[in-house]
Write a protein that binds this ligand. Structure first.
Ligand code: HEM
Length: 533
């Protein structure tokens, strides 16, 4: 009996292998990277994705096919061919977007192409200006709220008088300065940054990630959905539930049933406790994106559950901006030369604007979107974070057998039903493109061009793929967050703690840290109020 069972198992395994895993390379197809009989290249990828892809590129060239179980992925490793991949008609993003909507958030978006195209306009042009203004206001409120912590009941006070009143934490003050070896006393923006002053100011302790969630994520959340007194669908609850839910994202995306993950069900149940679409639409300060998409979905007969699913997808894409802001802050705080360079850039601009003011002019100093976008140090800092922290695959489904022409003129046959992908993290860490690619260099992108095989890269940072409609909006929010943060707060990492990227999240646009780190912060004295128009 045992022999028969064993024979059956062997026959079934061979049939599975032949049907799903075995493939003979056809003439003209990209080389196949050898892997395990059953799970293909999964383990090599999991152990060290970047090394595995760099080695495969060295051994097989700029295009090759790998396999995760039965799923084949043709990797385009040549950065110059990304544009061609993006333009290729037989490579389709829709099935990928449908897979996320269905497998992770349980809904199908009707007339998805039109909706995404039109809704995407709601974070560009004049909408971008409106949304950024809203974000700046919510961020200010969030900053005031965090600075009204245990020690500083008055929040951010903009004058000298608070210095003696709130001093009830001398020990921490000393620790704060000593731990971080901060020697900067260089300009007005940070004129209280030395031991004596530190003693006379109160500060708060928190996790950096927690701090960014209470400020950046909260401001994004209110910008998206408007303000409300909802007890469940509010930033901190949603942030915590997303944090749990995201741990299972890759499994769900690949099609594993959510029933296998009780914690994901628990988190999703809370995330779905949203107000009705009618209630959300009644909010005057609702974002243009959610207003448009909700009205579109209602007009196409979609259910309340579908609309909730879409709201979560939108929060999910925005969550990347929160992760980006965490890393931006972390790198700044752990590289004081970067911190000081940005601080000087911000204070220099504020000073210049103050000097050109009429003597009776008061109120916040106003930055335009263009000014924020054109700050070279800020731009480089943000690009460097995007380079180091992205984990995303840019994937397309192959909807028919086709010949794909690489940038160098070579043509390869790609099979219907496979997927093609670019893996930006491997390009971002290519030592031929970026010198010392594993190092953080805050000014790496200041007036620099990047080359591969002697040819300049059009887009050295590919964290947003080619399709993301929110790229400019997300970058602008992340930049404004840094400018406002550095203008308003002093912040230090406690006891030289370090944060590590959690590579088990590979596939997510921006990777989260393995764990949070402790920070101390306080509101600057005499900071100049700023705003964006
Ligand atoms: C740091 C923040 C963000 C990152 C890193 C990011 C990254 C990405 C990436 C890699 C893709 C796939 C693109 C491709 O394969 O070519 C994508 C798609 C998308 N992103 Fe973003 N994104 C971010 C923020 C946002 C924001 C704020 C929005 C809000 C509008 C947004 C909306 C979308 C949408 C709607 C798609 C699907 C596009 C389509 O189906 O054509 N993203 N994003």
């Amino acid at each position: 009996m045992f022999i028969y069972l064993l024979a059956l198992v062997v026959i079934l395994s061979m049939a599975y292998y032949k049907r799903f895993c075995y493939r003979r390379r056809r003439k003209g197809e990209p080389p196949i990277v050898p892997g395990h009989m059953i799970w293909g290249n999964g383990e090599q990828f999991k152990n060290d994705a970047i090394k595995f892809l760099h080695d495969s590129q060295k051994n097989h060239g700029d295009i090759f096919t790998i396999r995760f179980f039965h799923q084949r992925l043709t990797i385009i490793a040549d950065p110059h061919s990304v544009e061609a991949m993006s333009r290729e008609k037989c490579f389709d993003f829709d099935p990928i977007q449908k897979q996320v909507n269905m497998n992770v958030f349980s809904f199908v978006l009707v007339n998805a192409r039109k909706m995404i195209k039109e809704a995407g306009k709601r974070v560009r042009g004049s909408h971008l200006v409106t949304e950024m203004r809203r974000y700046a206001v919510h961020l200010d409120e969030a900053f005031n709220k965090v600075s009204q912590g245990n020690n500083n009941k008055n929040g951010c006070i903009k004058n000298d008088e608070d210095s003696s009143n709130n001093n009830n934490n001398t020990d921490k003050s000393n620790a704060l300065v000593n731990n971080n070896n901060n020697t900067d006393k260089s300009n007005a923006l940070v004129n209280n940054n030395n031991n004596n002053d530190a003693k006379s100011h109160c500060q708060e302790t928190d996790g950096l990630r927690k701090f960014v969630s209470k400020t950046n994520f909260a401001a994004m959340f209110y910008t998206i959905f408007g303000r409300s007194d909802d007890q469940v669908f509010e930033p901190q609850t949603v942030y915590h539930c997303f944090d749990v839910f995201h741990r299972y994202f890759n499994y769900l995306w690949l099609g594993l049933p959510i029933k296998l993950f009780p914690k994901a069900i628990e988190a999703l149940t809370v995330l779905c406790k949203q107000p009705s679409s009618k209630k959300i639409l009644a909010r005057e300060d609702l974002s243009d994106y959610i207003r448009y998409s909700t009205e579109f979905m209602l007009a196409h007969g979609q259910s309340e559950q579908d609309i909730m699913g879409h709201n979560l997808v939108y929060l999910h894409v925005n969550y990347n901006t929160f992760r980006l802001s965490f890393w931006n802050m972390y790198f700044l705080l752990s590289h004081r030369e970067a911190y000081d360079a940005l601080k000087n850039e911000v204070s220099g601009m504020i000073r210049k604007k103050m000097e050109s003011r009429a003597s009776d002019e008061t109120g916040p100093v106003v930055f335009s979107i263009k000014e924020i976008e054109e700050m070279p140090v800020l731009d480089s800092i943000n690009s460097e974070t995007l380079r180091l922290c992205s984990g995303v695959f840019m994937v397309r489904y192959v909807n028919e057998d086709c010949n794909f022409k690489m940038n160098n003129g070579q043509t390869f046959l790609v099979r219907k039903g496979d997927r093609v992908a670019v893996y930006p993290p491997a390009i971002h860490k290519d030592p031929e493109i970026f010198e010392d690619p594993m190092d953080y260099k805050y000014d790496r992108f200041v007036d620099q061009k990047f080359y591969k095989n002697g040819k300049q890269l059009k887009n050295p940072i590919m964290t947003f793929g080619t399709l993301c409609p929110g790229k400019r909006y997300a970058i602008l929010q992340a930049k404004w967050y840094l400018v406002s943060q550095i203008n308003k707060f002093e912040m230090y990492i406690c006891n030289g703690q370090t944060a590590e990227l959690d590579i088990s999240y590979h596939g997510h646009e921006i990777l989260p840290p393995v764990k949070d780190i402790d920070i101390q912060f306080r509101c600057r004295e005499n900071y100049q109020e700023i705003t964006m128009h």
